[in-house]
Ligand binder design. Structure first.
Ligand SMILES: *[C@@H]1O[C@H](CO)[C@@H](O)[C@H](O)[C@H]1NC(C)=O
Ligand SMILES: CC(=O)N[C@H]1CO[C@H](CO)[C@@H](O)[C@@H]1O
Length: 391
């Protein structure tokens, strides 16, 4: 009998785990349309069954404090992007607004009138183009005199947005618009930017950018998205995924609202000595990848080209891989590190995963020989289809 009950609760907790972790939020970027050849990525390339949520990056705040597109053809892209819902009616789409010109975002935040203008324009814009919600990608960039003020105003923005979304949802026959934020994973930025317990009340989920922890500025080859801190991190024990998620939780964010960020790209540097391990001197960004054309950032499919059967090294304490060839050094994620991160987030009861970005995975399957979207498909298999929970 006892054993029966244990078994039953066992099954129930497996079931609950599946239910609490059923989001896979994937970013689409408006600039992947300009890539050459097989790397060109348009909304038509998005598999509507891969993710539960798609986020379109990015919209901006314009000089009239309205939300606005940032690309000449955004409106056409919105329409093909949101038409993916005709194929999968369960798919949820959001538009992400970024504080690209931080001055304008700050002006919008600064008083009630401006915030109301932004909120009203957002509701109209989202409905007009058939999005299901808004994502705020913001961190406090102001001066030390304005930090406290802006932090408070950002909380107000979240609160007022949710109130307006609720009111609109009740007055229309629509389902209420979703409100989310994509936030920093760096302790000093978190401290100056977010009133965590307050914003957590208003947001449906919070995507923590657990990547880009280390850049070339630090002067050493370090992994940009480690799961744990490493022996090189004595002075920097917070710059890792584990610490960032725990910090958000400790400060009062409900774990089930927290999403771990998964990067489908690596950060690459040029080594400046004969050393090549983690922590080797490296002070400049590596040349752009042949397709993505950004210094120091290589997509997963470009990393496959780079590796070309070459050796992948494993950083044991941080649970992520790196590789080097000549003076090029790259820290990235692969199927193995994704699996370990997935297990971690399930064991800790975090609210699932978001991916930056769809176009950086080997979406065509052309480069890595692992099928299409190998990394995102792994997340889907383990998180959404619940493979890990049942095993
Ligand atoms: C809000 O800020 C704008 C500047 O963006 C200013 O023109 C306006 O007077 C302010 N409104 C209030 C009520 O303070
Ligand atoms: C090509 C490109 O980068 N297009 C736009 C995408 O959105 C950002 C806003 O974050 C714009 O600055 C870009 O111009």
């Amino acid at each position: 009998m006892n054993r029966g009950i244990t078994r039953l609760t066992g099954i129930l907790s497996i079931f609950i785990q599946i239910l609490t972790c059923s989001r896979l939020v994937c970013y689409f970027t408006n600039w992947s349309q300009y890539r050459a050849g097989t790397a060109k990525y348009l909304p038509e390339n998005v598999d509507p069954y891969l993710c539960t949520h798609l986020i379109y990056a990015f919209a901006i705040v314009n000089y009239a404090n309205n939300i606005a597109g940032s690309e000449w053809n955004d409106v056409a892209l919105y329409s093909t992007f949101n038409a993916l819902k005709n194929r999968n009616p369960h798919l949820i789409t959001l538009l992400s607004v970024r504080d690209q010109d931080s001055k304008q975002f700050s002006i919008m935040l600064s008083n009630w009138t401006n915030r109301q203008t932004f909120i009203k324009s957002s509701i109209e814009f989202l409905r007009k183009y058939n999005f299901d919600g808004l994502d705020l990608d913001w961190e406090n960039k102001g001066t030390s005199e304005t930090h406290l003020e802006e932090k408070m105003k950002f909380t107000l923005l979240c609160k007022e947005l949710l109130e307006s979304f609720l009111a609109e949802g009740q007055s229309n026959k629509y389902v209420r618009l979703i409100l989310t934020a994509t936030v920093s994973a760096q302790k000093e930025v978190i401290e100056r930017s977010y009133n965590i317990p307050e914003i957590s009340k208003y947001l449906d989920f919070i995507s923590v950018k657990t990547f880009d922890f280390h850049t070339f500025k630090h002067g050493f080859a370090r992994h940009h998205s480690p799961l744990y801190s490493g022996i090189q991190d004595e002075e920097d024990i917070n710059s890792n995924t584990d610490s960032a998620l725990k910090y958000w939780r400790f400060q009062g964010a409900p774990p089930e609202k927290l999403l771990m960020g998964f990067a489908t790209y690596g950060r690459s540097f040029i080594l400046t000595s004969s050393q090549s391990g983690v922590g080797a001197p490296a002070n400049i960004l590596a040349s752009p990848g042949p397709y993505t054309q950004e210094m120091g950032l290589w997509s997963y499919f470009e990393i496959c080209l780079f590796l070309n059967g070459g050796a992948v090294q494993w950083i044991e304490d941080q649970k992520v891989p790196f590789s080097f060839k000549g003076s090029d050094w790259v820290g990235f994620d692969n199927l193995r590190s994704f699996e370990i991160k997935i297990k971690y987030l399930q064991e800790h009861g975090f609210g699932c995963a978001f991916v930056w970005a769809l176009d950086l995975d080997d979406f065509s399957g052309y480069f890595c020989g692992q099928g299409s979207y190998p990394l995102v498909n792994l997340l889907k298999k383990w998180l959404i289809l619940g493979k890990i929970c049942i095993n």
